[in-house]
Design a protein around this ligand. Structure first.
Ligand code: SF4
Length: 324
């Protein structure tokens, strides 16, 4: 198949950074998830939240580095309607664009409140195979996610979904995914290769074979020429990114891009994207120019001097990590 991205004259591949906001999840029983190994240790959602300054510093750096916010993410029950509204307003202020949210199933009241700041809402679908769902995702019900998607339509929000390859599904399940995408008018799908986490039932798995992972991308692109496909490659699959793009991915994610900034892996990603005939939008290797006055001059009543100073401290800390 001719690469659809070339046909559409797309020249760049962008990086989507998922901004993690909390260590808490009140489900905590998805068999592949790190949170399922932590639930018993964390009982108060507020205390498990990341500091607002570090979240905003990361959003600010995304803007400066040319990265998109894949979504703000958190486990189920990490935020109240009010606290998520404040967070969304603040991220929107510092990032300057609408973004996606992935913090579990949201009710209509919450969606209505946060909708002015959002491009769309992501459903953590993970798999469409019912038997696999019963075994590894017993309490994240598809019906609730689909109900949330219907509410999103009322507020003109786009819908996206995550899909983890390697949970026990087979490529023969593709028609189920196709129906799901059509039924819910999904505009973006993020494919992750299962990353086996210590302490979970997958700890001895190697994750999916690369060709199998890429087959999911290829079939999705063949059936949906206009959908956004984001490939979550982790560090161990960086050398296959050109194949993921050949198969139809138009964005990448799941790379610790601050920690590994300008590393061998970061340089490889830029090379891989070139090998596929594209350019990375933004950079994984050049430290951006930062004008800290830009943060000091934010005029928004939520940003008092203390918060601005804390954001600046965090940005400096991240830049030091990137310079190592
Ligand atoms: S709902 Fe999300 S954060 Fe919570 S256990 Fe499942 S995958 Fe992990």
């Amino acid at each position: 198949m001719e690469n659809i991205l070339i046909k559409q004259k797309t020249k760049t591949i962008h990086f989507e950074r998922a901004i993690f906001t909390s260590w808490y999840c009140n489900l905590g029983d998805c068999a592949y998830c790190y949170m399922s190994t932590q639930k018993s240790k964390i009982s108060e959602p507020e205390k498990a939240r990341r500091s607002i300054a570090s979240i905003l510093a990361e959003a600010y750096l995304c803007k400066k580095l040319g990265w998109k916010i894949g979504f703000l993410s958190a486990g189920y029950g990490s935020y109240t309607a009010e606290s998520i509204l404040e967070l969304c307003k603040n991220v929107y202020e510092i990032y300057g664009e609408k973004f996606w949210l992935n913090i579990g199933v949201l009710n209509e009241k919450t969606i209505e409140k946060v909708s002015p700041y959002l491009k769309g809402v992501c459903g953590a679908v993970e798999t469409v195979n019912d038997d696999v769902r019963k075994k590894v995702i017993p309490n994240k019900h598809l019906a609730s996610i689909e109900e949330m998607y219907r509410i999103c339509e009322k507020f003109n929000l786009k819908k996206s979904m995550t899909f983890i390859v390697g949970l026990g599904e087979q490529i023969d399940d593709f028609p189920l995914l196709k129906d799901f995408i059509i039924r819910n008018n999904i505009k973006k799908i993020i494919f992750y290769a299962l990353n086996p986490i210590e302490g979970t039932i997958f700890e001895n798995s190697k994750g999916p074979e690369i060709n199998y992972f890429i087959e999911w991308i290829r079939k999705t692109r063949e059936n949906f020429p206009n959908i956004d496909i984001v490939a979550g490659h982790w560090v161990n699959r960086v050398n296959y990114i050109h194949l993921m793009i050949d198969a139809g991915a138009n964005a990448i994610t799941k790379f610790p891009a601050i920690k590994l900034f300008n590393s061998m892996h970061a340089k490889n990603i830029e090379k891989e994207i070139k090998t596929a005939g594209f350019e990375l939008q933004g950079t994984f290797t050049k430290i951006p120019d930062i004008d800290y006055d830009e943060i000091k001059h934010i005029k928004n009543r939520n940003f008092d001097d203390k918060l601005k100073n804390d954001i600046i401290k965090k940005v400096k800390q991240y830049i030091r990590t990137m310079n190592r």
